[in-house]
Design a protein around this ligand. Structure first.
Ligand code: HEM
Length: 208
């Protein structure tokens, strides 16, 4: 996994991301994995509370999900979990105090979608995550600081089934089985952009 960001522009939305990933074919995870963030204009000076995210995850024809920990470890971090079902990519925000099925996150963070794609081997999601960079649950208050110039993030991928896939609040999962890790995601000047507000306005789709 790269620590220095790769700049990547989504052609349809115009959003410019700092991204980090694992190549398709690398040993850590089958199918490769990629995550990107775009941040508000002043995020490298003042901690942002939200970001635009890019996820590209592996799947099989019938199953699969992936996740990002916004704090690094699985525990005490805000967790984003995403999976495709038919023509929709669903997400749920979760929180875990142990290495078991994470609970629903009870804070006011919210995901809205810009776009998604699904094929037989992969799915992608571009989304806005508001109130996602500071979180609090079960007495644990943590944050991810964009002004520090780097985020500590975690990733997981799984080929297992998502039970109740069309009800994000009620899914259940088995332990992930297609790799996991924690990485230091450095931010460079391309991560924060004056177009952020206009880009974020494209996140009009709510999937619940
Ligand atoms: C790591 C269990 C769901 C994110 C781990 C580990 C276990 C575990 C045992 C440590 C494995 C090791 O170190 O060898 C589970 C179980 C789950 C589940 C039983 C559900 C039933 C999730 C979900 C996410 C997630 C939904 C969403 C982001 C992570 C991350 C790591 C991890 C990022 C690596 C960092 C760390 O070790 O803390 N999980 N997990 N997990 N899990 Fe999960």
């Amino acid at each position: 996994q790269n620590n220095a960001p790769v700049t990547f522009t989504d052609a349809d939305s115009g959003i410019i991301f700092n991204s980090w990933g694992i190549a398709d074919g690398a040993p850590q995870t089958q199918g490769g994995f990629q995550f990107g963030v775009a941040l508000p204009e002043d995020a490298l000076e003042t901690d942002a509370s939200e970001f635009l995210g890019y996820l590209q995850c592996a799947r099989t024809e019938g199953a699969g999900w992936c996740g990002v920990s916004l704090g690094g470890p699985m525990t005490n971090s805000l967790l984003i979990t995403a999976w495709p079902h038919e023509d929709t990519v669903y997400t749920t925000l979760r929180f875990a105090t142990g290495y078991v099925m994470p609970d629903l996150y009870t804070g006011d963070a919210e995901i809205t979608q810009v776009s998604s794609t699904i094929n037989a081997t992969h799915f992608t999601l571009i989304f806005r995550c508001q109130n996602c960079l500071q979180w609090s649950q079960d007495g644990a208050e943590r944050s991810a600081s964009t002004s520090s110039g780097a985020l500590v993030l975690g990733w997981v991928q799984a080929f297992g089934e998502v039970v109740n896939p069309t009800c994000p609040d009620q899914i259940s999962l088995d332990q992930h089985d297609n790799g996991m890790g924690i990485w230091g995601a450095q931010l460079d000047s391309n991560a924060a952009n004056p177009s952020y507000t206009a880009w974020a306005a494209q996140a009009t789709k709510t999937v619940t």
